[in-house]
Design a protein around this ligand. Structure first.
Ligand SMILES: Cc1ncc(COP(=O)(O)O)c(C=O)c1O
Length: 405
């Protein structure tokens, strides 16, 4: 079939594909444990629901401005003041269909064909595909010290004449690593010095543990004028457990935001007004849900780490935030895709292969589910992978028998 070059190079989102696989197995009645999820299980804030319902009740659900409704922009401006200590104008703000679209239109607004966008590995699965969608080239940078914490010199070495932008996602999906203040300060200064766009994907910035505080990149910016090439992306998906509402945003200089709005206007138009109203409700409403989600995730992380630490052969780095742990299973199988397939086939535990995030031998395990899912999921994995485990495992009244060694 004569599909476009771009279409031929874009692969399906592996996480969305895995969600589908889990749903199909569950529908068949299989007791699947989903450790591959990318969304909190708590409910959306009541203020979000009330706000959306009141818009729906008006029965007048119309188009919105391409860059978002004024009420949402106002809430984002207030949010930016609260968490980034920065006052911005409505023209510095765009609301999009999730942080995903905000990043996509930002890249479309700044990248030319063949130009490069750099991001540390492990990286969010969509960055390479987004670069391809722009006809540009994604350049992952593996920290040379083998950790999940990029060093400025690792990135500096990869920057060349084609480098147009750098994306930093901290705390990071999939590793949960929150990069140091020093690194954020260095990368902000470096990008200013080199005149490179810097996209801060801060979607998990409040979901952090052990007393950490969100890092404010603007604190290190010398250029806070309309020539600044710093773009900060955030959204309601993770912190307010509103993944299905599809509202995210970007804050940047007026020219780039205008370009992003022009692109978005032809791509999708402004996000649904109902969902923008919901986001306004979440941002302006009672905030206690964010802290209770954060506490739940921190507790879940502790349980997962304890269980994984007792799993001989698995190497774990304690996540600083998010709801992901990126563990090294290469002792069991060098191919993360094969291992992930083995685990779903044999013990119905869904994990995401590290190869999708640019690091082979790892699995991403989510702890956004229940404690029972975490503990039972890891127990099943242990049973499947440890050659000394008993021959049989009961899941409810279903008996699994080892037919592998
Ligand atoms: C690092 C990162 N950035 C952006 C997004 C997109 O978020 P949204 O649901 O708001 O589009 C995700 C979602 O998984 C993510 O993990």
């Amino acid at each position: 079939m004569s599909l476009s070059q771009i279409a031929k190079t874009i692969s399906a989102s592996p996480t969305l594909k895995l969600n589908e696989k889990a749903a199909i197995l569950r529908e068949k009645g299989d007791p699947v444990i989903h450790l591959g999820g990318g969304e909190p299980k708590s409910k959306a804030p009541m203020d979000a629901i009330i706000s959306a319902v009141s818009n729906l009740n008006s029965a007048e659900v119309r188009y919105t401005p391409a860059e978002g409704i004024p009420a949402l922009k106002k809430s984002i401006i207030r949010y930016t003041e609260e968490f980034y200590d920065r006052k911005v104008a409505p023209e510095n703000v765009i609301a999009s269909g999730g942080a995903k679209q905000a990043i996509m239109v930002a890249l479309q607004a700044i990248l030319n064909q063949q130009e490069e966008v750099i991001y540390p590995a492990p990286y969010w699965v969509s960055y390479p595909e987004m670069a391809k969608l722009c006809g540009a080239i994604g350049v992952p940078v593996l920290p040379e010290d083998g950790s999940f914490y990029p060093r400025i010199q690792d990135i500096e070495q990869r920057v060349g004449s084609y480098t147009k932008a750098i994306i930093i996602n901290s705390p990071n999906n999939p590793s949960g690593a929150m990069y140091s203040e020093e690194f954020i300060s260095d990368i902000v200064s470096f990008c200013e010095k080199k005149d490179i766009w810097l996209i801060m994907d801060d979607i998990y910035h409040r979901l952090i543990f052990d007393g950490r505080k969100p890092i404010n990149c603007y604190k290190y910016a010398k250029n806070l004028t309309e020539t600044s090439k710093l773009i900060v992306v955030n959204g309601v998906s993770k912190q307010y457990a509103m993944t299905g509402f599809r509202i995210g945003w970007a804050v940047g200089n007026k020219k780039v935001i205008e370009a992003m709005a022009n692109i978005q206007g032809h791509q999708t138009s402004g996000p649904s007004v109902v969902l923008q109203k919901a986001a306004v409700g979440a941002l302006n409403g009672i905030q206690s849900g964010v802290e209770s989600l954060r506490l739940t995730l921190e507790n879940n992380r502790n349980v997962m780490i304890d269980y994984l630490n007792s799993f001989e052969g698995v190497r774990v780095t304690k996540p600083d935030g998010t709801f992901y742990c990126f563990a090294d299973f290469s002792n069991y199988n060098k191919s993360s895709n094969k291992l992930s397939e083995f685990l779903i086939d044999k013990v119905m535990v869904l994990t995401v292969p590290g190869a999708e995030f640019g690091m082979e031998g790892y699995l991403r395990l989510s702890y956004c589910g229940t404690i029972k899912e975490i503990t039972e999921g890891i127990e099943r994995m242990k049973w499947a992978l440890d050659p000394n485990s008993p021959n049989e495992l009961y899941i409810g009244d279903r008996k699994l028998v080892r037919d592998w060694s």
